[in-house]
Design a binder for this molecule. Structure first.
Ligand code: MN
Length: 233
């Protein structure tokens, strides 16, 4: 029975599951702010003493790997951030790190695209990061792979190239807060549930891209991701 909506609702945001016809329906997108010490230092922060912090992207920001995304409006400094993405598969509320992995359905490669100039202006003014982080095509994601097939990656190369030149090249074991700790920590603030994605932060080597640039990256055991920057919107 159809509802009496004023206009048709937007389609459900979702991510393909690798090697199957299925899709993972997305509810919320959480992002860890700084999670690799060398990247925190390149952003001017002291990484060692800070507990994790988060920002959000809306599901409307999702775009699938392989797409061409227009250079977004309102920025002169669009950055890539290559990240491991966690997909929650079971409710998680106030779980311990030991309990956390049982709540993870799978993993993907992600690009946390960032309007760095807007983020930096917001940071300096003590304002929210939303305009710098949450915009159309800002949450790039590869197909998900279930943990039942690939396990829970705690180590492995994470890398990103721009036009074939490697810019980010690190290892998941360099994460300050590991996957079980991120899920456990976030579960003390939210009732995590299936459909929730968590971008886990980026290693050092972030930088600007221009229209026409081709981004390609990957995480050992998780998959690969690509994005082409189109002409300015
Ligand atoms: Mn990030």
């Amino acid at each position: 029975m159809s509802q009496n909506y004023v206009f048709p609702p937007a389609p459900q945001a979702s991510v393909p599951v690798h090697g199957s016809g299925q899709r993972y329906a997305v509810a919320r997108i959480f992002c860890v702010g700084r999670n690799y010490a060398a990247h925190a230092r390149e952003m001017g922060a002291d990484p060692e003493r800070e507990p994790p912090f988060y920002f959000h992207k809306t599901p409307a920001a999702l775009v699938e790997s392989g797409a061409t995304a227009p250079y977004p409006p309102g920025t002169q400094n669009l950055h890539y951030e290559m990240e491991l993405v966690i997909a929650i598969g079971q409710p998680a509320f106030r779980v311990t790190p030991e309990q956390a992995l049982a709540c993870v359905w799978g993993y993907a490669c992600g690009l946390d695209m960032t309007r760095r100039d807007l983020q930096n202006t917001a940071k300096q003014a003590g304002r929210p990061w939303s305009f710098g982080k949450d915009f159309e095509n800002a949450a790039v994601i590869s197909a998900l792979r279930p943990a039942s097939q690939i396990g829970h990656p705690a180590a492995g190369r994470i890398h990103l190239a721009v036009n074939g030149q490697v810019r980010q090249d690190s290892d998941l074991k360099e994460m300050i807060w590991r996957v079980p700790e991120v899920v456990a920590n976030l579960s003390h603030y939210y009732h995590l549930r299936p459909g929730d994605l968590i971008y886990t932060g980026t290693p050092e080597g972030v930088g600007a891209v221009q229209p026409g640039d081709r981004l390609s990256g990957g995480i050992d055991g998780v998959g690969e991701i690509a994005l082409t920057i189109g002409p300015a919107d």
